[in-house]
Design a protein. Structure first.
Length: 233
């Protein structure tokens, strides 16, 4: 799904009802279109969105632990400081959104597509991502520590100071990523595909992870090893 869908292209668009409320406390949003709404400092447990659309809306400091998003379309949605831990995302499409300071640890994402979204300090520790695609996104300080990423791709995206400590990658395609900059967990890339040029760019981090000392020929090996050891302290 390289091209984002419009609201009118959604299969459930004819059935959508406009959301007229001001709170998320209804807990279940089925065939609802939320447009231009602002939700601040709310706490709703196990809220569900089914065949729903959300556009030009903001969520700030909203706690939605174990939320369920099934067949959901998001456009221009801003989520800041929200808690979506252990949430479940299935067949979700997000376009041009901002996700900052989000808690999504232990979440499950399956068949999710992000288009042109900005991620900043998002916690996805221990999450399970299956068939998740990040198109032209910026992922800054996103934490995938201990997460499982399967059949995921990052075409046109920038990964900046991303954490992969103890993450498990399976058939993850990074070849079309615009930038790959890891804060840690470079060894987790064993389950990913990269281009030869990307491999060259990652070489210093891979060498450090393997404990390799890289020095020009002619320099005494003991001195090089000793200096390399000091640099890793």
């Amino acid at each position: 799904m390289a091209t984002p869908r419009t609201l009118d292209e959604l299969p459930f668009a004819p059935h959508l009802r406009r959301f007229a409320g001001s709170s998320l406390r209804d807990a279940r949003f089925d065939t609802v279109h939320i447009d231009g709404a602002e939700f601040v400092d709310e706490r709703v447990e196990e809220v569900s969105f089914v065949e729903a659309a959300v556009s030009a809306s903001s969520f700030e400091q909203v706690r939605m632990r174990r939320a369920r998003l099934n067949d959901v379309w998001l456009q221009g949605v801003r989520m800041v400081g929200c808690d979506l831990a252990e949430s479940n995302w299935l067949d979700v499409e997000a376009i041009g959104g901002v996700l900052a300071g989000l808690e999504c640890h232990g979440a499950g994402l399956r068949r999710v597509v992000f288009h042109g979204c900005k991620f900043d300090s998002v916690n996805l520790r221990g999450a399970k991502l299956h068939e998740v695609v990040f198109h032209d996104c910026v992922l800054r300080e996103v934490d995938f520590s201990g997460a499982a990423l399967t059949e995921c791709a990052f075409p046109g995206s920038r990964l900046e100071q991303v954490h992969l400590h103890q993450a498990k990658l399976t058939e993850v395609d990074l070849r079309e990523a615009e930038r790959i900059e890891l804060a840690d967990g470079v060894d987790a890339l064993r389950g990913a595909a990269v281009t030869p040029m990307q491999l060259l760019e990652l070489a210093p981090a891979l060498a450090a992870a393997l404990g390799l000392t890289v020095r020009e020929a002619g320099e005494p090996l003991k001195a090089a090893v000793r200096r390399g050891s000091r640099s890793r302290r």
